[in-house]
Ligand binder design. Structure first.
Ligand SMILES: Cc1cc2nc3c(=O)[nH]c(=O)nc-3n(C[C@H](O)[C@H](O)[C@H](O)COP(=O)(O)O)c2cc1C
Length: 342
């Protein structure tokens, strides 16, 4: 309700200023105790997610407000992407709303305050219910990107419920080449070697812009390396038909126009993995129906970001409530039973 009044004011602001304003508001918002209907809990990689609706990476890049986001009803929050050293990201403007398309284009380029600052914040957190994952990425100017991921793994293992290796941002030149078979094996070996014995599970986040042979290779490697999960997907560099003013901007596209592509890619990974590894569905999810379709297609949980821009802070709670109803309507007692049931 409040958001309906605040939205025109927020949309009158530059998108990055609006985002900073939202983070500032979350920092001072009264902390709510998160609670979720028990039937929606799901176990992934040995972690118990209180509900399957997660905040995707990129919203809370510097781990400033994970607990406030959990308080909005998210079952999990993925902070980051965090790089070893602070970096400013690409020149502004680099974030664009596409209101007619309910979409976002960004070419932020991993702007973040670096690992030390984020780690200090995560250490100060009082442990609460809900899962906080840390999404890691390489510095743009790094001469050894694999070493960056290994360093971040060591650094964040003690404070993260899970780690996400992000090699799918389109805004760091050359990063997505790490999805190629040989490079991916070397990268994951380094990350798994750097992870302490009882360290958190490692998830891998992939791009939606993959060929079928890429999907098969990534699925095989993920299974071989016993990853905790695959996050499908990041933003797309493709451009389905769009009608908003800023549709021609370069960068990664997210929100409603990504939905069908991300859903197709999720099905591809479900087929390629045969359900042997948990999948996390991301891209264009804006309603309980979208989330339910992704779960039925094989996702054990979902994440979202862009839809929050348009739907406001009540969205996670609405989706959680809607999912409970849809589960009941379709006769599933547990969420796990519904995963991949389409
Ligand atoms: C402004 C913006 C910044 C993002 N930054 C990151 C990031 O740092 N790391 C990452 O893995 N994904 C990042 N993403 C991608 C999202 O996590 C998500 O995969 C993508 O936006 C698709 O979901 P959506 O359609 O619900 O937004 C970003 C997305 C947006 C819109």
């Amino acid at each position: 309700m409040l958001f309906r009044f605040a939205r025109p004011a927020l949309f009158a602001l530059d998108p990055e200023v609006a985002h900073r304003t939202t983070i500032a508001a979350l920092k001072v918002s009264p902390s709510r105790r998160p609670s979720s209907p028990g039937a929606l809990a799901i176990e992934i990689a040995g972690l118990r997610f209180p509900n399957p609706v997660g905040m995707a990476a990129g919203f809370d890049k510097d781990a400033e407000v994970p607990d406030a986001l959990l308080g909005l009803g998210f079952g999990s929050v993925e902070v980051g992407s965090i790089t070893p050293l602070p970096q400013p990201g690409n020149p502004k403007p680099r974030l664009f709303r596409l209101p007619q398309d309910r979409a976002v284009i960004n070419r932020m380029g991993f702007n973040n305050g670096g690992a030390a600052a984020a780690e200090a914040r995560l250490r100060q957190r009082k442990r609460r219910s809900g899962i906080v994952g840390v999404n890691i990425g390489a510095n743009k100017d790094s001469t050894d990107r694999v070493a960056d991921y290994a360093l971040l793994t060591r650094r964040f293992a003690p404070v993260a419920d899970y780690l996400t290796v992000n090699i799918s941002s389109p805004n760091t030149p050359g990063l997505r080449a790490l999805q190629d078979e040989g490079a991916l094996i070397a990268l994951l070996d380094a990350v798994l070697e750097a992870r302490p014995m009882d360290g958190p599970p490692v998830f891998l986040k992939v791009a939606p812009d993959l060929e079928p042979t890429d999907v098969d290779a990534i699925a095989r490697i993920a299974l071989e390396k016993r990853l905790g999960g695959l996050i499908v997907s990041n933003t797309t560099i493709s451009r389905p038909p769009l009608s908003s003013r800023d549709a021609g901007e370069g960068g990664g596209l997210s929100g409603a126009p990504l939905r069908d592509l991300a859903q197709t890619r999720l099905r591809d990974f479900r087929r390629a993995t045969g359900g042997a590894i948990p999948l996390i569905g991301v891209g264009g999810i804006g309603s309980a129906e979208d989330a339910w379709a992704r779960i039925r297609a094989g996702a054990s949980m979902i994440q979202l970001y862009s839809a929050m821009v348009y739907e406001g802070p009540g969205l996670a709670r609405r989706i959680v409530r809607g999912l409970e109803e849809l589960m009941r309507r379709d006769g599933f007692a547990t969420l796990a039973d519904a995963v991949g049931s389409e």
